[in-house]
Design a protein around this ligand. Structure first.
Ligand SMILES: Nc1ncnc2c1ncn2[C@@H]1O[C@H](COP(=O)(O)OP(=O)(O)OP(=O)(O)O)[C@@H](O)[C@H]1O
Length: 225
């Protein structure tokens, strides 16, 4: 699907991850782990830039428009499927068909707030589910998430991960929850010290393998390693 060969990733003059080599295959579930600030988001955003035409991205910033309703924030994921006329009319007078579809997605995500409620009035966990609902409505083959479940309880996070896996053949997620990564992803990439420190099948790994790449301070901060 995508290969990075000796590529430098970073910002302007600052290279965060020099000479990165990684291959991403279609239909893989990949978790990217590593201590805070090592470049996981930098890597994910690069992957998104390369694959944006077939990817929905659930970023940490979430890209939600605070003053718009849940419905309209989710509908943004489908803008490219409709004409400008349809999108503009739907902004003022929402059409029945997308409303029913978006309502069904929100029910799956246990997002029970009314669809017309403004996103600015939602909790962190509800906002995270609106961002995931948008991704599901976007219907792309690849899902990329940057800590997409960080504001949710573990059971809800797992339920949503399963929904995401059903809807997207390829899933690439930056996670801090190493247990979730080991149990529910096929491949684990650990970024540490400016490089790919580990790239293995999850069933070959334990928490002990992963903890080697975290300092004590990271361990306390992340608590799950
Ligand atoms: N827009 C930016 N411009 C310049 N530097 C940036 C920018 N975004 C991130 N950085 C820097 O790049 C480095 C890697 O950041 P990145 O967000 O990729 O790390 P991360 O591993 O995702 O961290 P975390 O787990 O805390 O979210 C950090 O030193 C950070 O300060």
């Amino acid at each position: 699907m995508l290969s990075l060969v000796d590529i430098d990733l970073g910002y302007n003059q600052q290279i965060v991850l020099p000479k990165i080599n990684l291959l991403f295959n279609k239909n893989e579930h990949v978790a990217i782990l590593g201590p805070s600030g090592v470049g996981k988001t930098t890597l994910l955003h690069h992957l998104y830039q390369q694959l944006s035409a077939q990817t929905c991205l659930c970023s940490q910033a979430k890209g939600l428009v605070d003053n718009l309703s849940i419905y309209h924030n989710v509908f943004i994921g489908g803008l490219a499927r409709y004409s400008s006329w349809y999108n503009l009319t739907n902004l003022l007078w929402p059409f029945n068909k997308p409303q029913q579809h978006i309502s069904a997605i929100c029910q799956q995500l246990e997002l029970t707030a009314p669809l017309h409620q403004k996103v600015s009035e939602l909790s962190g966990g509800q906002r995270q589910r609106v961002a995931i609902a948008r991704a599901l409505f976007q219907r792309q083959p690849v899902f990329m998430g940057d800590e997409p479940f960080s504001a949710l309880d573990p059971l809800m996070g797992l339920r949503l991960l399963n929904l995401i896996k059903q809807a997207h053949p390829s899933v690439i997620c930056v996670l801090h929850d190493a247990e979730l990564a080991l149990a529910h992803f096929e491949r684990i990439i650990v970024i540490s010290d400016g490089k790919v420190a580990l790239d293995e099948k999850a069933n070959q790994l334990t928490l002990a393998h992963l903890s080697q790449h975290y300092t004590l301070a990271d361990t306390v901060k992340n608590a799950v390693i």
